[in-house]
Design a protein around this ligand. Structure first.
Ligand code: FNR
Length: 212
């Protein structure tokens, strides 16, 4: 199957217009069939040795999301203390999650034991299973953008709070808490770039020819 020019352009449009969404969530429910498409796109991500180490915990319940939010508050306060002076104030001013505003939360996990001890491609570097779950996150994020759904990754939370809130067993790693929902708009550029926190680096400074 060949991708034609319109299809190629559509993919790049999705890639460049995908954003990490923290605010702007609408309370409208996410239709089941749309969420299913997005999760199926995540499930078609590449994975080391085809181990498909992910599970997707879909959370709509407000009380459970309140527990996740409480976990965020703890880690967020710890994080603020790590920045100095002006940077700390700027950090405190950022909205860095939409846990209660987005109608759906999805926890993408990694079952590090899924296909036994020895996995093709994970023998030299055992963390490859975690990277595979991150590939699922990225597929989900892009598919959601193609559905005009916002996604926000909230990593300012300890794995154990997520485990506790969702009853996730000890051997499963909660890789990502994702807020998902319809949005009023998408920002044109990353919010951290817009706020002057960090600029987008120049590609030419990152591409090395032949040697580092
Ligand atoms: C692994 C990981 C973890 C996080 C993020 C991303 C990734 C990849 N990002 C989103 C991040 O800030 C954002 O992707 C960049 O600022 C670039 O912006 P766009 O995604 O292009 O909008 C993020 N954002 C946020 O508000 N709270 C968070 O806890 C996190 N955590």
């Amino acid at each position: 199957m060949t991708i034609n020019a319109d299809e190629r352009d559509a993919l790049y449009k999705v890639i460049y217009s995908r954003r990490d969404v923290r605010g702007q969530y609408l309370p409208d429910p996410v239709p089941e069939e749309v969420l299913r498409r997005v999760l199926d796109a995540a499930h078609h991500a590449p994975s080391v040795g085809f181990m498909q180490p992910w599970d997707f915990v879909v959370v709509r319940d407000f009380e459970v999301r309140k527990q996740i939010k409480a976990g965020f508050e703890v880690a967020h306060a710890e994080a603020a203390a790590m920045f100095d002076g002006e940077r700390r104030e700027q950090y405190r001013g950022f909205k860095l999650e939409g846990i209660l505003e987005a109608p759906v939360g999805v926890c993408v996990t990694c079952d590090r034991t899924r296909s036994g001890e020895v996995v093709i491609g994970r023998t030299a570097n055992p963390e490859m299973d975690l990277y595979s779950s991150v590939c699922a996150v990225q597929n989900l994020w892009l598919a959601a953008r193609a559905e005009n759904l916002g996604v926000g990754w909230v990593s300012i939370i300890h794995h154990d709070s997520v485990r506790q809130a969702l009853g996730i067993p000890e051997h499963i790693v909660p890789v990502a808490w994702l807020c998902i929902g319809k949005v009023s708009f998408f920002h044109d550029m990353p919010e951290l770039e817009q706020a002057g926190w960090l600029p987008r680096l120049a590609l030419d400074d990152l591409v090395h020819q032949e040697q580092w």
